[in-house]
Design a protein around this ligand. Sequence first.
Ligand SMILES: Cc1cc2nc3c(=O)[nH]c(=O)nc-3n(C[C@H](O)[C@H](O)[C@H](O)COP(=O)(O)O)c2cc1C
Length: 263
Amino acid sequence: MRIFMKKFDLFITFSLTAIIYFAGLGLTRLYGPEAVPILFCLLLLVVLLFLFEIYRRLARHIRGVGRGRNESPLRDIILGNRSCRRFHQDAPVSCGSLKELLELARLSPSAANLQPLKYIVSCDPSANNRIFPCLSWAGYIEDWPGPAEGERPAAYIIILGDTEIRDSFGCDHGIAAQSIMLGAVEKGLRGCIIGSIHREKLRRELDISPRYEILLVIALGTPAEKVMLEKAGVDGDIKYWRGADQVHHVPKRTLEEIFLRRI
Ligand SMILES: Cc1cc2nc3c(=O)[nH]c(=O)nc-3n(C[C@H](O)[C@H](O)[C@H](O)COP(=O)(O)O)c2cc1C
């Protein structure tokens, strides 16, 4: 019932009723019985608007419940933000889109507001070919060396820490990476945060100055794999796996398990 009748709605309804009542009084004094049809039309309009609003909310509520969602677009984006490791390599990601994602990182929180992160982006196939061999993919999936040619990322964002601003970067890069990942989902893209990097190889390959610490690489592209969330079993096994149907399954611990206590 709360969804359909919030306090503000009640306020609006009572205000409208009062306005119509007093307008009615005024009009009937001025025009006598001839004002009745005008009043009737006004009332009808309000009732129709009211019914339409109820219908709109009911439809939204049913759609949400049907998909097992609450009405939270943020939750939907977070649910959609699964690490993706196989892409349509030939679907390009423009450097403009990458810059828009960097804008989200730029606006993200930073310890002491020092903002020590810098970025290198790549959306060019030949540059991508230099980055790819420096990354390790899906450690839990044995005998899979990573995405094959044709299903590799179409773009990368490399997150660097500027040591001239500070010498440790706390969790700034994790927060920035998540902002980028969520922004990518909003654009219909998917990504994978890669922390397992052959850092010296990547430094040599891209001629990255020692001034910058290589923190994370985010692989991006149009997804070509299905990822499903699973409930982590009572045995506590959190290793993701790939089924025979090539669907990637990711166990998540339950809310009961992570919620220690209320104080
Ligand atoms: C800091 C960090 C480093 C990660 N490093 C790698 C990596 O080196 N290679 C990889 O394939 N996935 C990597 N991942 C992705 C995780 O494996 C993934 O987040 C986890 O399996 C849960 O899946 P989900 O992102 O779909 O929830 C990393 C994730 C984070 C947050």
